[in-house]
Design a protein around this ligand. Structure first.
Ligand SMILES: [Zn+2]
Ligand SMILES: [Zn+2]
Length: 392
């Protein structure tokens, strides 16, 4: 078995010279993600979730014909530098939630586009609201032999638990069994998710949902598989035949921009015991519900009950978000080390100190051992790492 670092939720900014995701950086192309961003970050596998757009599939076909990508036995597309592209499509269902379907090859991508053509208004753009239900997508995924994964499940913004339902079994019945993996989202972690009993059978993914290069791999997963291809990924998410997710590396949920409830009137992130439904200061109910508040609202038990084999969840802060790391330090670090994941996970602390300074080395050492001190996020404002401190 081998180990692979994977970020399976990345958005394309433009393809074939045209915009794909309005909110994503135009520089973010399939080529750039595979050949520049993935090696810089240290990713072996990238999931690009906009292949519902014919612009993106045309771009993949162009890279295939140029020899910069090849179709892999077992599914997926391999770049010449050894990075595996897993094609996926994030779709907004009529319940208002985001679901990703990962697909093995060009023919299943074409069939997905066929399905979407009569159900979305503008095919070129990503994450389009589609006139179909979550159950429709579960059935479609079976027909296409894909892998289905609800995205950022706890966020009040389009997350299946955050926005729609307390229990998947309530709304999806037996069909919930078709779902093997859930994406935790930036504001949640394994501790929060395992307070809900029914999540026990799911594999958790921690992905970046990046709309720009700098955010790629702000969350990632370490996968154990025999090889890099689509069928291996399926086995991995099924926890089958010795394949599994070895570890999740996620941002500390406190950093997430929707972690706690936020009062729009006072512009204040609450710190009172969750769940907070109205502002404790002005009593307004014009609030943005926090992910933590929502989890407390719907959880079965106060403390998590992890199933056997639940991988560890390591709290990570992207290098650029660590206090004192400016563009110059980043450049020096990139020159001295093979990738950002290498710096965060493997590089000897003394070497980091000699390149980036003792303060940075101290923060990375503290991060590897536990959690940094963080000012909590909410209402669309990210949390912040506090200078100098760590909790452990
Ligand atoms: Zn989404
Ligand atoms: Zn997304």
């Amino acid at each position: 078995m081998k180990r692979f670092y994977a970020d399976l939720h990345i958005h394309i900014g433009s393809a074939q010279g045209r915009a794909v995701k309005i909110t994503a950086s135009r520089q973010l192309t399939v080529y750039k993600i595979l050949y520049e961003d993935a090696p810089l970050k240290g990713l072996d596998i990238v999931g690009i979730v906009d292949v519902g757009s014919p612009l993106v599939s045309a771009e993949i076909e162009a890279l295939l014909s140029e020899g910069l990508l090849r179709e892999v036995k077992g599914g997926g597309f391999m770049a010449a530098n050894g990075v595996l592209l897993v094609a996926g499509c994030e779709i907004e269902t009529c319940e208002g939630i985001h679901i990703i379907i990962y697909l093995p090859d060009l023919s299943s991508i074409n069939r997905l586009q066929q399905y979407l053509r009569s159900r979305v208004t503008n095919m070129q753009l990503s994450t389009q609201a589609a006139r179909c239900t979550t159950l429709d997508l579960i059935n479609l995924n079976v027909l296409l032999n894909g892998i289905i994964c609800p995205a950022h499940v706890f966020t009040p913004h389009k997350g299946i638990y955050g926005y729609w339902t307390r229990r998947l079994s309530d709304v999806l019945g037996k069909q919930a069994g078709q779902i093997k993996a859930l994406e935790l989202g930036l504001s949640a972690d394994t501790i929060m998710a395992d307070c809900i009993a029914e999540t026990r059978r799911f594999t958790f993914l921690s992905n970046s949902d990046a709309h720009s290069s700098v955010n790629i791999a702000r969350e990632f997963n370490l996968l154990r598989m025999a090889d890099a291809n689509f069928e291996e990924l399926r086995l991995c998410l099924d926890k089958s035949s010795g394949r599994n997710v070895v570890a999740n590396y996620g941002m500390d949920p406190l950093l997430g921009k929707y972690h706690r409830t936020y009062c729009r009137r006072c512009r204040r992130i609450t710190s009172e015991p969750a769940p907070v439904y109205a502002c404790p200061v002005c009593e307004a109910t014009d609030i943005v519900m926090g992910v933590f508040d929502r989890v407390v609202e719907i959880r079965d038990q106060e403390h998590p009950l992890h199933p056997l084999g639940r991988p560890p969840y390591y709290y990570r802060v992207p290098l650029k978000d660590l206090p004192g790391v400016g563009p110059r330090t980043l450049e020096r670090l990139h020159k001295a080390f093979p990738s950002e994941i290498h710096i965060l996970e493997q590089a000897p602390i003394e070497r980091i100190a000699s390149v980036g300074g003792a303060a940075l080395a101290g923060l990375i050492a503290a991060m590897r051992n536990g959690r940094l001190s963080i000012q909590t996020g909410g209402g669309g404002i990210y949390g912040k790492v506090l200078k100098g401190g760590c909790d452990y």
